[in-house]
Write a protein that binds this ligand. Structure first.
Ligand code: GCO
Length: 457
């Protein structure tokens, strides 16, 4: 058993995404993304909010980065708004957009915070959407052109890149369920084509980043998914749990919500057999060249883990999903508090994917945070949540899982997509009408965790 301790160089950070924090949606030459168009549709966003202002990171980035430093952050995972750099998605470069991200990178480095850049965190260019978006095979070259520009302009100071964030969500919520931008419910055959194109785009972007990098770079991608954890340590429960975690959903109602359909092609070079069988009649032709492109070697896996479900071995079936108990612990978004996920998820993923280095690129909770009479924001639930999840992550490290870092979601409260500003995930409270920041108790707690490298967990 390895020492129950995080590596000495363990990366402690926090995360965000461009659209959720920047505001300035039509400033300094930025082009429209599908989200800028989607939020204008009545009823799409809670209280019909939009991200015109969000957290005003576009103008407040220096103060927020200084606050990150005060909170002890060692790294910051953020995304680039594709249309701030390429207003039409390809072609014309908006130098004001490049300048903004250069300033953010320089400010982070000045504050000894390592930048981790996500190229795509759902801000798809509306101009390319009108050309067919992910359904147009050209999207592979469009995304690679964007990735080459990013590497050209930023890789002299940034050497950690994540190509895409949560394809399960941007395809599943955007084009199957339609609750996220662009709000469509597409044909199954189109969905599988989009998914395949998104994975090919990921692969070509990996090639482009490496070809245009100004220094040795590390490239990964950041999927998500429902984690499975066993009811007991009985071998049959553990095996049933592993099978459930990497199974593809039966039926097509929510098929994108899984790990293997996305991670097996990228990390193993092939789609999972059960999915190939179940979805066969909707699948495009997967050529060997496609699978080679998709499975470009990666330096790390970013994994976004929030919660999951308890599994036991079935009596006359491979597994049984255990119904959550009455009054189960949950976040303000009604997501279960399921800290076993941060042990079993990394463990099972590491075993399946040849022990690839893992960063937890998102983990955190939404709470009903408010400003107390003392003017502070006390969030004991978030402290307890983070402590329990990190304790189990540390157990996974002790059991040999190569976890390189942890990015708490999120630094500030922000625009939570269709939930608008109704859900607060931040370590830092944002009073949106005034844009005042209030560091929550959890930020002070997390700073101590960082300073002590999680020794007391
Ligand atoms: C996601 C996205 C984030 C969310 C966060 C809370 O995982 O859905 O990456 O943008 O805001 O996870 O839902």
């Amino acid at each position: 058993m390895a020492a129950r301790a995080f590596r000495d160089d363990f990366v402690w950070g926090t995360a965000s995404s461009a659209y959720q924090i920047e505001g300035a949606v039509d400033v300094d030459g930025k082009g429209p993304s599908i989200w800028d168009v989607f939020v204008q549709e009545e009823g799409r966003i809670h209280e019909n909010r939009d991200a015109t202002v969000a957290c005003e990171f576009y103008t407040r980035y220096k103060d927020d980065i200084r606050l990150m430093k005060e909170c002890g952050m060692k790294a910051y995972r953020f995304s680039l708004n594709w249309t701030r750099i390429l207003p039409e998605g390809i072609g014309r470069v908006n130098e004001k957009g490049i300048e903004f991200y250069n300033n953010v990178i320089d400010e982070l480095i000045k504050n000894d915070i390592e930048p981790y850049i996500t190229l795509f965190h759902w801000e798809f260019p509306y101009a390319l959407h009108k050309k067919g978006g992910w359904l147009n095979d050209d999207v592979v070259d469009w995304f690679a052109e964007y990735a080459a520009l990013v590497a050209d302009r930023f890789s002299d100071r940034v050497n950690k890149f994540i190509t895409i964030n949560e394809p399960q969500c941007f395809i599943g919520l955007g084009y199957l369920k339609g609750c996220n931008a662009p709000g469509l419910s597409c044909l199954n055959a189109d969905l599988f084509q989009m998914a395949h194109n998104a994975l090919k785009a990921h692969g070509k972007a990996v090639q482009a980043i490496r070809a245009h990098a100004k220094q040795p770079v590390e490239v990964g991608f950041a999927p998500t998914g429902q984690i499975s954890f066993p009811e007991t340590l009985k071998p049959e429960d553990i095996e049933a749990t592993r099978k459930h975690l990497f199974s593809c959903p039966e039926g097509l109602g929510n098929w994108t919500w899984n790990l293997a359909w996305w991670m097996d092609p990228v990390l193993l070079g092939k789609y999972p057999e059960d999915g190939m069988r179940m979805y066969e009649k909707y699948l495009p032709n997967f050529t060997p060249e496609d699978m080679k492109l998709i499975s470009q070697p990666l330096d790390f896996l970013g994994q976004n883990i929030y919660n999951g479900e308890m599994i036991r071995a079935g009596k006359d079936k491979p597994w049984e999903i255990i119904t959550k108990c009455a009054g189960f612990p949950k976040t303000s978004m009604n997501w279960p508090v399921a800290y076993e996920c941060l042990y079993w998820g990394p463990k099972f993923i590491s075993e399946r994917y040849n022990h690839i280095p893992i960063y937890i690129t998102e983990n955190g909770m939404a709470c009903h945070d408010t400003i107390s009479l003392d003017g502070k924001v006390h969030d004991p639930n978030r402290i307890d949540f983070l402590a329990r999840y990190l304790m189990r992550l540390k157990d996974a490290v002790a059991d040999g899982v190569d976890v390189r870092g942890y990015f708490q979601w999120a630094f500030t409260d922000n625009f939570e997509w269709a939930e608008g500003y109704n859900e607060r995930f931040g370590l830092v409270y944002v009073d949106f009408p005034t844009q005042k920041r209030i560091v929550k108790d959890s930020a002070a707690w997390y700073r101590h965790v960082i300073e002590t490298n999680g020794k007391e967990l």
